[in-house]
Write a protein that binds this ligand. Structure first.
Ligand SMILES: Cc1ncc(COP(=O)(O)O)c(C=O)c1O
Length: 357
């Protein structure tokens, strides 16, 4: 089976982990600090704060922005559940705005209608590594005095009009094993705001600046140096990984004719965390995925259920909103392998099998 994802673990990653083990210093330390430096440089921002996961990055960012009980945060229903859960963790309420069918991302034209006196922030998700329309989103945020927390979990290196994802508002990234750059489990918060970065650092580590003096309630959301060592080795290859994903996506886009392929608008630099096709309205997506799997092509369904329809959100009374585009996409999408370790034969197999659908 051609896997839908394959973490790259080369000699550099192995050597880096062994060095940490030999050093005897496993917890957050100099390697985490170096990874933060590399990450902030890669995103074109002043600060990056490493966390234990993308989920905790979102959680910390929301806390650091003072979002909590009684607040509303506008986000997309067509995302991994962590985008919505992080809003719920801080006691706020996710308000779902439907997505655009071509980009899979939140539809900026629908955001203003969802704003209420309780709205504090917009949390757009650059899904699959395709950046959101940030001019429109930042314009609304400025006019309506809202904060922007970008869920850039899937979007390291992505650019909107030459600016990196995660550099518009406060960026939250995931370094989970299948991400474009990974360290097993890990996350990162990016910001240009000195105070916000410091606040995030404190929340990440039990509200502590001076050892065992706890100035505020915090958590243990730290990254370990074992993880950071893997991430550091990966960051050296970010551009290479991205270029290979882009070349793979272009190859597939040029040859797949049986289904709707992803189109990229001018000014958007997609990093192809996922290459996601749509089988078309009324066609049996699950049967199509099964057929591909039977022919040796791994697939992923990201995501089969919009966030507002997940059991715990329905229980919270958040399920009852009409989001027709997200619901349609949840029934139509299939992600195909696009990762940098695909060979020419893999690409040819994927095209041939998808074109048989
Ligand atoms: C869009 C999105 N947001 C948030 C997350 C959470 O990241 P993590 O799995 O590292 O906690 C992910 C990761 O899968 C994601 O894809």
């Amino acid at each position: 089976m051609i896997p839908i994802s394959k973490p790259f673990i080369g000699e550099a990653e192995k050597k880096a982990v062994l060095e940490v083990l030999d050093s005897g210093m496993l917890v957050q330390g100099p390697r985490t600090a170096r990874l933060e430096e590399k990450f902030s440089a890669a995103c074109g921002v002043k600060h990056a704060v490493a966390t234990s996961s993308g989920t905790t990055a979102l959680h910390v960012a929301l806390l650091a922005h003072g979002i909590g009980e009684g607040d509303e945060v506008i986000t997309t229903p067509f995302t991994f559940i962590a985008s919505a859960n992080s809003i719920i963790y801080v006691g706020a309420r996710p308000v779902f705005v439907d997505v655009e069918v071509e980009t899979f991302n939140i539809n900026p034209a629908l955001i203003e209608a969802a704003i209420t006196p309780k709205t504090r922030a917009i949390l757009p998700v650059h899904l699959y590594g395709y950046p959101c329309d940030m001019d429109a989103i930042m314009g609304i945020a400025r006019r309506r005095n809202l904060m922007v927390i970008e869920d850039a979990a899937q979007a390291i290196g992505a650019e909107y009009k030459g600016r990196r994802a995660g550099s518009f508002g406060t960026g939250c990234f995931s370094l989970y094993a299948t991400k474009n750059v990974m360290c097993g489990e890990g996350g990162m918060i990016t910001t240009n705001d000195d105070d916000l970065a410091q606040h995030c650092r404190m929340i990440r580590s039990h509200g502590m600046q001076r050892r065992y003096y706890h100035d505020m309630l915090g958590y243990n959301f730290r990254m370990t140096d074992l993880h950071a060592a893997i991430g550091l080795a990966q960051m050296d290859r970010l551009d290479e990984f991205t270029a290979q994903r882009r070349a793979n996506a272009e190859y597939l886009n040029e040859r797949i004719t049986s289904v709707v392929t992803p189109k990229v608008r001018p000014g958007y630099n997609h990093v192809w965390h996922q290459y996601t096709i749509r089988v078309g309205k009324g066609r049996d997506r699950d049967a199509a995925a099964k057929q591909l799997n039977g022919a040796g092509v791994g697939t992923g369904i990201f995501y089969p259920v919009p966030a507002n329809k997940q059991a715990h959100l329905v229980k919270m009374g958040l399920g009852d909103v009409s989001l027709p585009v997200a619901e349609r996409l949840a029934e139509e999408v299939i992600s195909l392998p696009v990762h940098p370790q695909l060979g020419q034969a893999d690409l040819e197999t994927i095209v041939a099998e998808v074109n048989k659908l």
